[in-house]
Design a protein around this ligand. Structure first.
Ligand code: NAP
Length: 248
């Protein structure tokens, strides 16, 4: 498929912004909708895309999607700006928040982490699938779901729900709409990570090295172009998910 009308949730993130730039160089887009929370980052991305690529129309939507009211407003604003008959053909959920939810902690925090990583993509995919005529929905899971880190239960529960939704929606929305997920492995170590972290983490990856954004973009391009691929969770993780003896 050659997408023309694209929505990216989490467009201000590392992967979301990279995807926005790649997509506009791969395909002549008519509409690119960028949804994020940080207005400054959204403006900078919009300016960059406008200067570097030819996109018919770029629209930005700034909302904190943890809030049910703001999710509703986000949809209304999109419909208002693009019109009720706007039918996206590619919707990408690159939003997320990889944070701990310690046991005994504030229930509100658990709910917020679950919401941004799980409920938002679940609800919004349901909404957009009713508007799409054909195309592809892409979720972002996490290959560490097979070897979860301690104290990230809200995050991993959300990713597990997304993987299940990938299969359910692929079945329900076929043959017009395909649904897939990308599960990145270990890529970006935080700047405050210990100096030996890269060596320690790499040793846990059967292929012996950490991943990188370009591998994710290539997977996405394949996912878009292969029209017989649906209901799949593509793990781009150097076989990390096969290692059940993680000892870090
Ligand atoms: N990068 C990795 O190594 C990796 C590994 C495994 C899985 N993943 C998954 O891949 C996806 C993208 O990862 P990433 O590294 O690009 O993440 P990131 O850089 O942290 O970006 C996260 C995005 O989510 C948005 N977001 C967070 N909370 C939000 C909220 N309450 N309302 C609206 N938007 C919100 C952020 O918006 P603002 O910036 O505007 O606040 C940002 O656009 C995530 O689902 C992540 O779990 C990534």
């Amino acid at each position: 498929m050659k997408p023309e009308k694209v929505i990216i949730y989490g467009a201000t993130g590392k992967l979301g912004s990279g995807i926005a730039s790649r997509l506009s160089s791969w395909f002549p887009l008519k509409n690119l909708l960028l949804s994020g929370r940080n207005p400054q980052k959204l403006q900078e991305l919009e300016a960059l895309l406008q200067s570097e690529s030819k996109i018919g129309k770029i629209s930005v939507f700034t909302k904190d999607l943890v809030s049910t009211a703001q999710r509703e407003e986000n949809r209304q604003e999109i419909n208002h700006e693009l019109g009720e008959d706007f039918h996206p053909d590619l919707v990408i959920f690159a939003l997320g928040n990889h944070v701990k939810t310690v046991k005994g902690g504030v229930p509100r925090k658990f709910r917020d982490v679950f919401t941004v990583n799980g409920l938002v993509p679940l609800e919004e995919s349901y909404y957009w699938s009713g508007k799409m005529k054909k195309g592809l929905i892409v979720f972002f899971s996490d290959a560490m779901l097979s070897n979860p880190l301690r104290d990230y239960s809200a995050y991993y529960c959300a990713k597990a729900a997304l993987e299940q939704m990938t299969k359910l929606l692929a079945f329900e929305l076929a043959p017009q709409i395909r649904v897939n997920a990308i599960a990145p492995g270990i890529m970006n170590l935080k700047s405050k990570a210990a100096s030996d972290a890269k060596t320690r983490w790499s040793s846990q990856v059967p292929l012996g090295r950490l991943g990188g954004e370009d591998k994710i973009y290539r997977a996405l391009k394949y996912m878009i172009s292969e029209d017989y691929l649906s209901g799949e969770i593509l793990r781009i993780d150097g076989a990390l998910h096969t290692n059940n003896f993680l000892s870090i």
